[in-house]
Design a protein around this ligand. Structure first.
Ligand SMILES: Nc1ncnc2c1ncn2[C@@H]1O[C@H](COP(=O)(O)OP(=O)(O)O)[C@@H](O)[C@H]1O
Ligand SMILES: Nc1ccn([C@@H]2O[C@H](COP(=O)(O)O)[C@@H](O)[C@H]2O)c(=O)n1
Length: 439
């Protein structure tokens, strides 16, 4: 697949854009093109070290960069600056492709180095290797013109396939690192709050704003898990009580906290996990059905008592508490439990008065003090949700690693030097969607 803004404008018309518009165009290419299930995404950037490059680095999980240059001194200078920028930002450089390295004389076939041999000096200086060198010849020039018209010529196809083969032999492309960062330890966010406070809705909004809802579950960067999947199996007598609304599902003992801890620990280790699916109508876990959670960058774990168990609580990198008043919560819970969970009014109200309300006061509400961010009014609080989404975007871009300080410092220097800040710094996070990463 190929996509370019050139395909969207009238042939021959100039593109007169300021930096900001270029960045918006990039956002659209990244997030609004249907890229299907591709193995490689190759982004052809302009030369240099401008906003385009920074926007890409900050918004895409990049395996590595291929530098392309001709051997002229001016081109090599620009390439060197680019290489230094990528190194500073810990983006691995896969290697360099040298174009127009020589000219082959059509009469005597002598290979003439028109522009000298400074490319070798450059690759030595920056400690990378030359992946391919291409002579300047008529058939390549002709092929490039044909490619421009979207008809790939043989020489160009050979070029791409050979280079891709070399690159996929290269360990950088097979590594789990993205933007030079170990990619698989997710940022774990706990979302607590009373029943029907809007925890799931807040998580849903976050996922929507990050463009994750439409993304295939295997490719999601952000996933959400409910604590309700970890209700323990009940004995037959407990089920009988539950059916009369006489079982306390709001007490910590109703949960399998060991399974919660083990599952979250596996998730933090970058493993794929399978979690049970809870059936509220039968007060039990669905038989022979599990939900597979694939490794992601950010994991939201929501539930009434997610901050109650100290061993679980300490696993979270960030803790949110959805604080919605009790009347609103009860008003939401009654229709929900009747419509979605198959209960009758008496049962809902008895359970609420006997168990839900007292347990909220005893076990859930006191965990508010552990929260880093309290979200009054839940999903109605657009400002809080936007701030959290912005923070998650920054995490996705700058996740801490051994080199984090170095990387952050380099990025901030570059950003300060740049006339336009990054989209996230400007608060332009409205363009939904995070680019899917190839797991
Ligand atoms: N801001 C809101 N405005 C109106 N209804 C809401 C709002 N937030 C949640 N709800 C509704 O309230 C019910 C409970 O919300 P939910 O997000 O499932 O809460 P929780 O996950 O905390 O139990 C759902 O039916 C949901 O659609
Ligand atoms: N069989 C069950 C299991 C749980 N509940 C109630 O669900 C509430 C937790 O889910 P929220 O989406 O509201 O956070 C909790 O208050 C339990 O009372 C239930 O009624 N039946």
């Amino acid at each position: 697949m190929a996509m370019s803004f050139g395909f969207l404008i009238e042939e021959g018309s100039p593109v007169i854009w300021r930096g900001l518009m270029v960045m918006q165009a990039l956002e659209k290419l990244m997030r609004q093109v249907y890229w299907d299930d591709i193995d490689y995404l190759i982004v052809d950037t302009p030369p240099g070290t401008g906003d385009t490059h920074l926007t890409l680095i900050q918004n895409l999980p990049i395996n590595g960069v291929v530098l392309v240059t001709t051997p002229q001194k001016a081109a090599l200078e620009v390439t060197k600056r680019g290489a230094k920028m990528y190194k500073k930002l810990n983006i691995p450089i896969i290697g360099l492709v040298e174009n127009m390295s020589t000219v082959i004389c059509p009469s005597c076939s002598t290979n003439i180095k028109v522009f000298g041999s400074d490319t070798e000096k450059l690759v030595k200086d920056i400690n990378i290797e030359i992946l391919e060198s291409f002579p300047l010849n008529e058939s390549t020039a002709e092929a490039c013109d044909k490619v421009y018209k979207c008809k790939a010529a043989h020489v160009q196809i050979d070029f791409s396939i050979n280079s891709l083969r070399k690159m996929s032999d290269n360990r950088i492309l097979n590594a789990t690192k993205m933007n030079g960062i170990e990619g698989k330890t997710p940022f774990l966010i706990g979302v607590a709050g009373g029943t029907a406070s809007g925890k799931s809705t807040v998580c849903k909004r976050i996922m929507e704003k990050l463009g994750q809802v439409e993304v295939d579950s295997k490719q999601r960067q952000v996933v959400c898990i409910s604590q309700d999947s970890f209700y323990r199996e009940l004995t037959p007598s407990e089920i009988a009580r539950a059916e009369k609304g006489q079982f306390n599902f709001d007490h910590p003992d109703a949960f399998n906290d060991t399974l919660i801890k083990d599952t979250l620990t596996d998730i933090l280790a970058g493993k794929m996990v399978q979690i049970p699916i809870y059936d509220y109508r039968h007060h039990s876990l669905k038989k022979d059905e599990v939900l597979t959670i694939y490794p992601a960058d950010v994991v939201l774990f929501e539930g009434i008592l997610v901050f109650y168990f100290p061993e679980v609580r300490k696993l979270f990198h960030m803790k949110l508490f959805v604080d919605t008043d009790s009347d609103t919560r009860l008003a939401r819970r009654v229709p929900r439990d009747i419509i979605e969970r198959g209960r009758d009014l008496d049962q809902v109200l008895n359970q609420y008065m006997n168990f839900v309300k007292p347990a909220f006061e005893e076990f859930c509400s006191p965990t508010k003090k552990f929260a880093d961010v309290i979200i009054p009014r839940g999903a109605d609080n657009h400002v809080a949700i936007d701030l959290i989404v912005q923070h998650i975007r920054e995490i996705l871009t700058n996740r801490p690693t051994r080199n984090s300080e170095e990387r952050a410092l380099a990025a901030s220097k570059l950003l300060n030097a740049s006339p336009c800040q990054s989209p996230s710094k400007r608060g332009l996070v409205g363009n939904d969607g995070v680019f899917k990463r190839p797991h």
